[in-house]
Design a protein around this ligand. Structure first.
Ligand code: ZN
Length: 225
């Protein structure tokens, strides 16, 4: 039950409604929406207004990744705009537990994201028990021209092991330069939600989504899980 989440950043903004429908038709489970504030990351992208305007275009899960300082300020309005999952960065929250609680109280799924340089040790068991998804950045966030960081695989494995030990079933989402070449490694390591951008949007979007979904399912079935 691996899920594929095409990244909206790479979509053709002139035809966003159509792009969302194509993603859904091809079998994408989520649409991954990167929200950037120009402070936590050196870039800007998508606010509540844009998200709200496309909500009626698709019934896919709106997976909102907040690369924003103190995201607790916006979670309520994000939910109202149509977010189904709100993921915040450990590095961006003064009080992570409070932020996660605020998201859960809205009745949407809560996620915590870690930058590549942030170790798993910062996540207390109590936090892991409260979240629906842990998102690991597999490239530096918010910058162009990055590549998949190979150390990511061990981090995914270590997180999966720890969750198993704690008896938790939350998703492990990977975000950053996942392509047709490395997607199976990420799934084998324990990732269950795959964010992908350029690898899906270059060429035929629907074919690419179908191809990556097949690769995900193939890697999952190998493991017998
Ligand atoms: Zn993202």
């Amino acid at each position: 039950m691996g899920k594929l989440a095409p990244s909206m950043l790479e979509a053709d903004m002139r035809f966003l409604d159509e792009e969302l429908k194509r993603m859904e038709r091809a079998g994408a489970d989520y649409v991954h929406i990167d929200v950037m504030d120009g402070a936590f990351v050196p870039n800007l992208a998508f606010g509540m207004r844009e998200i709200k305007s496309i909500r009626s275009s698709s019934s896919m899960v709106f997976d909102v990744h907040m690369m924003v300082q103190e995201p607790v300020r916006f979670v309520k309005r994000m939910k109202e705009a149509g977010a189904d999952v709100i993921t915040v960065h450990y590095e961006a929250c003064t009080d992570l537990a409070k932020t996660i609680r605020a998201i859960r109280e809205l009745g949407v799924r809560a996620g915590v994201a870690l930058n590549p340089d942030t170790g798993l040790g910062v996540l207390q068991d109590e936090i892991l028990k409260q979240v629906d998804v842990v998102q690991l950045m597999t490239a530096q966030p918010g910058l162009e021209g990055q590549r998949f960081l190979p150390g990511s695989l061990q981090k995914i494995q270590a997180l999966r092991k720890r969750m198993e030990e704690l008896g938790l079933v939350c998703e492990i989402e990977v975000d950053g330069k996942i392509d047709m070449e490395n997607v199976q490694e990420a799934v084998r390591a324990g990732a269950s939600v795959i964010v992908s951008g350029k690898a899906l949007f270059q060429g035929d979007l629907e074919n690419n989504i179908q191809k990556m979904k097949r690769l995900i399912e193939e890697a999952l079935s190998e493991g017998g899980s």
